[in-house]
Structures are given as structure tokens and as C-alpha cells.
Write a protein that binds this ligand. Structure first.
Ligand code: KIV
Ligand code: ZN
Length: 386
């Protein structure tokens, strides 16, 4: 089995389902081109039957990029017909069709039975395959589905022509070791599993989306479905930047992706601005504080050797540099460092004097910025500017 992980980006479909985050087709084209530059393998561009806007977006994105373009459908003829039409210009088109696989979905969403769902899934896969595109089947709510039934469903849709089978943890319910076991179970019990790529699509309701995705990959899945900044329904989807950097950082996983990590920060900022969806400051990889050090002990250790407190070089994800934030918790080492960046070279007594004044300012303000330091220096007669 190849260890190259396919990155399937669904920022423009699952991510865009977030209230208030809708983008125009032109904006989607901008994001899609950037996703292509970033190195994703497939872009899920929309759900064509859901609205004329989504249909148009799939048409235009299919023209705009050379990577795979995917269109979502339910297991319904009209959905698949419309998706196939929207993908006409795609260099590599993919129809993503599927149906609920857990008993709760089967009974209370479809008022149906496992047998009927299986039949519908096989029919939809075959119908989509006959359109001449790649076919990905999603077993919605697979995280809560009966495992033996899930295995039967997966085997049947692969036999019907599915190239990729998506095992979503739609509700973000699974624990990582159990989600990993689900994927392992499928590899053990589905006879034709090696004819398809198994994909993982995890939601973040319990904050476990990234952990579950990695568990799925460690157990044989070879496609990860992700979004920029982890945006998506409710608590979001798995974050692309987290999966990419886990794989890049943990060489022991022996996996690779096509992602150029140096472009991650730029794309995160673009998506956040376009969708008017701020990134939480402590968000891994791309949050404003991901490379900021503010306590004295950390700052001192970081200034001696960045590896004391950083496992990723910020330049590797396109963040210009780490930052030393000056607060009342900061020590002399951090103050000296920031003064040096401003061009000052205080002697030991000067630094001591400045530090006393600095602590007074820092107690008043949460964050001491460059302007405060310049004022501090101006009020410290001993200091000689270089
Ligand atoms: O979370 C989910 O199950 C989905 C499917 C439509 C793939 O987004
Ligand atoms: Zn989803």
C-alpha cells in the first residue's frame, strides 16, 4: 500500500455550509486556485442540485483548476444527473454520492431498512459510475453504524464500482482508537477493499476530528477529507493544516502528502478573511499565538534554543517568525531581545533599570508593544541608543 495520503479539501462544500460563510463563485475560484497551489489532490466544489449558485461553482471550478473536482449528491437520480452535468469541464471529475449507514439515520431520517439502503447505495454507485467520472461513496454516520452492516455496504459499493469509499464520523462521536479500529475492521472483513481507496471524514464535535483522522490513516485509510482552518458544520471538520503538519512532523508515520506547507498560513488567512470567520488565537499551526511565547521561563528557553519550545519552524508553514510577547510574566531575556530588535543594546544596569519600569507598565497593560518600549527607553536616561 502506498503511503502517499490524498488530501481531499472540502472547504468549499462542507466548510462553506457554515452559516454566514457562503462565498460567491468568483471567491470560490480564488480559493480553489490557492488550494491547487497548496497541493491538494481533490477539491470538493459544491452540491450542485442544492442551488443554482452551487451548480455554477462546480462548473466554474471545473474549468479553473487541473486537480480533481468533486460534486456532492444524495443517492438520487436527479442529484447524480445534475452533478454529472456540472462536472462536464473537469479534468478529473468525481461524483461523491452516498446515504446514511447508521440505524438512527436509516430509521429516523429515511424511515427505511438496512436492506433498502444497501440496494439504493449500490444502485447510486453504479448509476454515478456509468456517467464516466470517478465515484466516491459516503456511508454517512459510519462512525455509529453497525460494523458488520458497514462492511457489507462497503463491499457492495466497491463491487458496484466505487473508486473511493468515505467512512465519515458525521457526528464527531468516535474516540480515536475506536475509529481506527473501525477502519482496521473494514480492511479485515471487506474482501475487495484493496480495489478502492478508503477515505476518512471526521467532524469535531468532541474536539477529536484530527486525532480520528490520523487514527484512520494509521489503520489503512489513504485519503483525508479536511478543510482550511477546520471550518465546517457545528464544531467543524478536520483541519487541513493540522493533518498536513502531523504527517510532516512525525516522519515515524512514514506517510507523505503533496502539500507545500509553506503556503498554509497564507491560505488560512485568505479563507478566514473571505468567510469573515476569525481563526481562534490558540488554533494549532495557524492561530495568532501558535508561535508566540509569553511567559518568562518559555521566553528564556526559546531564546536559548527555539527547539526548547517549538516543534515546528514557523517558516515551514509560512509564518514570518515566532514572536516574543511582552507581559508582566516576561523576564529580562525577553525584554532585552525585544529592545535589541528595536536597535537598542542596553548594558546590564540599564536593563535592570528598564526592567523595573517595564514591570510597572506591564502590570497596567496586558501586552507591552514596541511604542511602549520606545517611551520606556526615552524615559530611561542611562540608555544609549546604538
Ligand atoms: O459529514 C458527512 O457525513 C458528510 C457527507 C456528506 C460526506 O459531510
Ligand atoms: Zn461532513
Amino acid at each position: 500500500m502506498s503511503n502517499r495520503i490524498q488530501i481531499f479539501d472540502t472547504t468549499l462544500r462542507d466548510g462553506e455550509q457554515v452559516p454566514g460563510c457562503q462565498l460567491s463563485t468568483d471567491e470560490k475560484i480564488v480559493v480553489a486556485r490557492k488550494l491547487e497551489e497548496l497541493g491538494v489532490d481533490v477539491i470538493e466544489a459544491g452540491f450542485p442540485i442544492s442551488s443554482p449558485g452551487d451548480f455554477l461553482s462546480v462548473v466554474e471550478l471545473s474549468k479553473a483548476v487541473n486537480v480533481g473536482v468533486c460534486a456532492l449528491t444524495r443517492s438520487k437520480k436527479e442529484d447524480i444527473d445534475v452533478a454529472a452535468e456540472a462536472l462536464h469541464h473537469a479534468k478529473r471529475g468525481r461524483i461523491h454520492t452516498g446515504i446514511g449507514s447508521s440505524d438512527v439515520h436509516i430509521k429516523t431520517k429515511f424511515n427505511s431498512t438496512r436492506e433498502k439502503v444497501l440496494e439504493q447505495a449500490v444502485w447510486a454507485t453504479g448509476y454515478a459510475k456509468a456517467k464516466g467520472y470517478e465515484v466516491e461513496f459516503f456511508a454517512e454516520d459510519a462512525g455509529r453504524a453497525d460494523l458488520a452492516f458497514l462492511a457489507k455496504l462497503v463491499e457492495s459499493v466497491i463491487a458496484a464500482g466505487a473508486d473511493v469509499v468515505n467512512i465519515p464520523d458525521t457526528t464527531g462521536y468516535c474516540l480515536p482508537h475506536l475509529y481506527g479500529k473501525r477502519i482496521a475492521y473494514l480492511f479485515e472483513h471487506v474482501k475487495n477493499i484493496h480495489k478502492a481507496t478508503i477515505s476518512v471524514h471526521c467532524h469535531n464535535d468532541l474536539g477529536l476530528a484530527t486525532a480520528n483522522t490520523i487514527a484512520g490513516l494509521m489503520n489503512g485509510a489513504r485519503q483525508a477529507e479536511v478543510t482550511i482552518n477546520g471550518i465546517g458544520e457545528r464544531a467543524g471538520n478536520t483541519s487541513l493544516e493540522e493533518v498536513a503538519m502531523i504527517i510532516q512532523t512525525h516522519k515515524d508515520l512514514e506517510m507523505t502528502t503533496g502539500i507545500n506547507s509553506k503556503k498554509l498560513y497564507e491560505l488560512s488567512t485568505l479563507v478566514s478573511e473571505m468567510m469573515r470567520m476569525p481563526v481562534q488565537p490558540n488554533k494549532a499551526i495557524v492561530g495568532a499565538n501558535a508561535f508566540a511565547h509569553s511567559s518568562g521561563i518559555h521566553q528564556d528557553g526559546f531564546l536559548k534554543n527555539s527547539e526548547n519550545y517549538e516543534i515546528i519552524n514557523p517558516a515551514d508553514v509560512g509564518v514570518p517568525s515566532s514572536s516574543i510577547i511582552l507581559t508582566a510574566r516576561s523576564g529580562r531575556a525577553a525584554l532585552k531581545h525585544r529592545l535589541e530588535l528595536l536597535g537598542y543594546q542596553p548594558s546590564k544596569p540599564e536593563l535592570d533599570q528598564l526592567y523595573d519600569h517595564f514591570l510597572i507598565v506591564a502590570d497596567e497593560k496586558k501586552n507591552v508593544v514596541d511604542d511602549d518600549l520606545i517611551t520606556l527607553v526615552a524615559n530611561t536616561p542611562l540608555l544609549v541608543q546604538k
